[in-house]
Design a protein around this ligand. Sequence first.
Ligand code: TXA
Ligand code: MG
Length: 348
Amino acid sequence: MKTKIVIMEENNIKQNIIEEAGIVIACGGLVVFPTETVYGLGCNALDALAVEKIFKAKGRPQDNPLIVHVADFNIEPLVKEIPNIAKRVMDKYWPGPITLIFNKSELIPMTTSANLDTVGIRMPSNLIARKLIEAAGTPIAAPSANISGRPSPTEVESCIEDLSGKIEYIIGGDKSEVGLESTIVDCTCTPLCILRPGAITLEMLREIDEGIYIDKTIMSKPKNDFKPKAPGMKYRHYAPKAPVKIICGDLEKTIAKINEIVQNSMGKKKIGIMATDETKNKYPCGTVISLGSRKHLDTVGRNLFEVLRSFDAIDVDLILSEAFEEKGIGVAIMNRLKKSAGFDIIYV
Ligand code: TXA
Ligand code: MG
């Protein structure tokens, strides 16, 4: 299939392109588009056949439901009920990087929700995304626009690498602002529960309700019979080709441990090191890439997936990563990092 690729900026939207891509979606086709979190691969969320094509294009496991993207606060037709507390979250943080889980209405096909009775809904803040949803005239189901298992794309080049030739349309924009997928909050239980940490942090949600908590199974190594509430959280994810190992603890000890592992490999392995601006000059050997400054964890989050992908391009055998404090956006960064490492962590 020939994929049409058009690049535009969020502050200079080509409306004729948006209309054309909207028609592709309305007719059952697949379109990649930018959002503030990561790029999405979208289709008509109410069309089961179109949704099936997404699973196929990504190689996505059938039991992993898709998030439905809207451009309008009137989501009543898509859900059974909207609890008051969820309304307050929507008022405060929509449009933005947060997905809310509701009991679904009959309008949402079982393919979209992967046979669950619930549906995740999100209103992105990215204008290209919202205009596309309006042009399509239907809610858009969109997982991240990567081949299943690979790090989510935050730049259009990564979407082209993974999906060009398999789908109808790619709309490129700027590098994603957040760089980590949306926070997912289960609104079918009391108190609300975070199923996937993201840029809308626990601390921010607690401004609305102090009882909100993070599902404790998601930050530690899954047990064999592990059945997370967000099915996607059980898969090895965000994974570059080379294995990732996290070194966690005091920063000076971390640097020493990483240098020791590199030294012990005696040049037999090509080792990538995910460092930070503060530490990047402390590794004399190995291929060092900085995620950004520890003083700006937002930037670290924004760079994480593309740095993981860039180690693929230079073909390393092993990636060693520094760790970050699990506070604020650091919770989301460490969640993605631990999953990319398959929870292989050395504590120092
Ligand atoms: O930021 C994002 O959310 C991006 C952009 C494109 O909007 N999308 C995204 O979709 O990350 P995806 O498919 O890569 O991840 C969706 C996650 C999966 O872990 C899935 O299991 C969970 O959301 N999910 C979707 N619907 C759910 C539901 N009804 N109940 C529980 N978890 C759900
Ligand atoms: Mg994904």
